[in-house]
Design a protein around this ligand. Structure first.
Ligand SMILES: Cc1cc2nc3c(=O)[nH]c(=O)nc-3n(C[C@H](O)[C@H](O)[C@H](O)COP(=O)(O)OP(=O)(O)OC[C@H]3O[C@@H](n4cnc5c(N)ncnc54)[C@H](O)[C@@H]3O)c2cc1C
Length: 481
């Protein structure tokens, strides 16, 4: 047993592990990266977290919190102590609010809420497997975020332990809220003009001290360890209707997405031809892409609006819960389908997979993807939350050209930023994008980010290298190359 492990074991009630199997398990997530931690701590309570942070500081090591490990850009990987929050599993449902421990798995929360005919709207396609802490860490979202927003729009209160080992409840702690608010200086010119954004710190969401908790959302465990959150919940709509619309022209599909986004749908999602080929349905031979369009209110009026305004062909109109669920599963499996259709040696690590632009710039976004393919001799598989201008791009090509990946990413992000977009709308910055945050936000906003980091974590103990980053990490520590 080394001295760090000894010190942790002596002081905390939860589990401390340095066995090879544990370090290996926590060295990977759903990204293409691998980093082996020194030690894994499974805290039993908040006191354990406070002690772990203090011991880490004394031992000059770091603390990175992890939820379900479903992140796609290595945000929960690091080489110091990993904190697994699984014991923070309480769920307390009140009328329109739920107070949840951050180790709670989303699928469990969904099940408990459904019993009360309620739901928490942000719905990542990974569904059951991500944790509430990870969703807060990444400011996650999903198909229904088009109508209901991302995590940042659905949280009322956060309990967090900062890098000094101090517990803070935001926005309740007005003194701390004031300190945060005083630091916020925004250069709006360099802020993305998008409906969803998971890049950097969301200083733009803080209009007063009352919003101070929002600084934590999307901060990827770099400002504090969130132990519990108070979330807004809603009644499950009495009716939903899902249309699956077939297109043989991408241009028409883009135009329809823009038109439909003005009709208050709960979701507009896109899948391309390689993806739809994996769906168990007989599509027309020349079908290029599909839209999934869902409404959860004014069903009859919205159906009329949709049928009168689109140019695609409706191939499914679904109103039964089981049918809707079955077709959403097809859309939610897109990442899996995309992997199925690419040979292993042609999978380029997904570092540019999550950009978003203002919806009216969708034609430009598809053009940028085409430009990248032409320039770098790649192909792409594209699917995602088109109603938010957010497309997931999977590049296919010669996987061994590691040095090219950074060049492609820099080019892609440059174009995205030029079009008022964000380099990541829901998956976060992690190892893939933190070095591009300065390019995204400019010097002034980045300075504010640094000030915020210093306020919460002056010793840079918490998940170092993410968001505030001095080194290039995009192509370091790839697992598969
Ligand atoms: C197939 C697939 C589909 C996906 N689809 C979507 C999608 O539709 N929408 C979407 O938004 N994402 C999606 N994702 C990405 C990912 O699943 C989500 O971002 C998810 O919310 C991450 O949760 P997690 O518990 O796995 O977090 P982790 O990967 O464990 O951690 C993510 C980040 O949150 C931080 N974190 C974790 N717990 C805490 C805590 N208690 N306090 C502070 N910070 C914390 C970590 O340090 C890390 O920086 C998908 C992933 C996969 C593999």
């Amino acid at each position: 047993m080394n001295s760090l492990e000894n010190e942790l074991s002596k002081n905390i009630e939860g589990e401390v592990h340095s066995e090879k199997e544990f370090r290996n398990f926590y060295s990977v997530d759903a990204s293409s990266y691998i980093i082996r931690p020194k030690i894994v701590v499974i805290p039993k309570n908040e006191d354990d977290i406070i002690k772990t942070i203090k011991i880490a500081k004394k031992s000059k090591t770091t603390v990175t919190v992890r939820g379900g490990g479903t992140g796609l850009v290595g945000s929960a990987l690091n080489n110091g102590i990993i904190l697994d929050m699984k014991n923070f599993d309480s769920i307390k449902i009140r009328k329109n609010i739920v107070v949840v421990g951050t180790g709670v798995i989303k699928g469990k929360l969904d099940m408990e809420l459904e019993k009360m005919k309620k739901f928490f709207p942000p719905n990542p396609s990974i569904g059951s497997f991500c944790s509430i802490g990870g969703m807060v860490g990444n400011n996650s979202s999903g198909s229904r975020s088009l109508k209901y927003g991302s995590v940042i729009d659905n949280v009322l209160e956060i309990s967090v332990i900062d890098g000094k080992g101090k517990k803070i409840i935001l926005p309740k702690n007005e003194k701390y809220g004031k300190k945060i608010f005083e630091k916020i200086k925004i250069d709006y010119k360099n802020f993305p003009k998008v409906s969803k954004n998971s890049s950097g710190y969301r200083i733009d969401s803080i209009e007063s001290e009352k919003d101070s908790h929002k600084i934590i959302i999307g901060s990827e465990g770099t400002l504090g360890i969130v132990t519990s959150v108070k979330l807004k919940i809603r009644n499950i709509p009495e009716k939903r209707i899902l249309f699956v619309v077939e297109y043989n022209s991408l241009k028409n599909c883009i135009n329809d997405s823009i038109t439909l986004s003005k009709t208050n749908p709960s979701a507009i999602e896109f899948v391309d031809r390689p993806t739809l080929k994996q769906i168990d349905h007989d599509f027309q031979k020349n079908t290029k892409c599909l839209l999934f369009v869902e409404y959860d209110e004014k069903i009859i009026q919205n159906e009329k609006k949709l049928t009168s305004s689109i140019s695609g062909k409706i191939i499914k109109k679904l109103t039964k819960k089981e049918d809707i669920h079955k077709w959403w599963k097809f859309r939610d499996s897109s990442l899996h389908y995309s992997l199925k259709s690419i040979k292993k040696e042609e999978r380029i690590p997904h570092v540019i997979e999550d950009a978003a632009v203002p919806i009216e710039k969708l034609p430009e976004l598809f053009e940028i993807i085409e430009k990248i393919n032409k320039k770098f001799k790649t192909k792409s598989i594209v699917y995602g939350h088109i109603g938010n201008g957010n497309l997931h791009v999977r590049l296919v090509g010669d996987r061994k050209k590691t040095e090219l990946i950074k060049t492609i990413a820099a080019k892609y992000f440059h174009e995205i930023i030029k079009n008022s977009g964000t380099i990541t709308a829901e998956h976060g910055d992690g190892l893939a994008r933190s070095e591009f945050i300065k390019m995204q936000y400019g010097k002034k906003n980045y300075q504010t980010f640094q000030e915020i980091k210093r306020l919460f974590d002056p010793d840079y103990i918490l998940n170092p290298g993410k968001i505030i980053s001095k080194k290039s990490t995009i192509t370091k520590n790839f697992e598969i190359l």
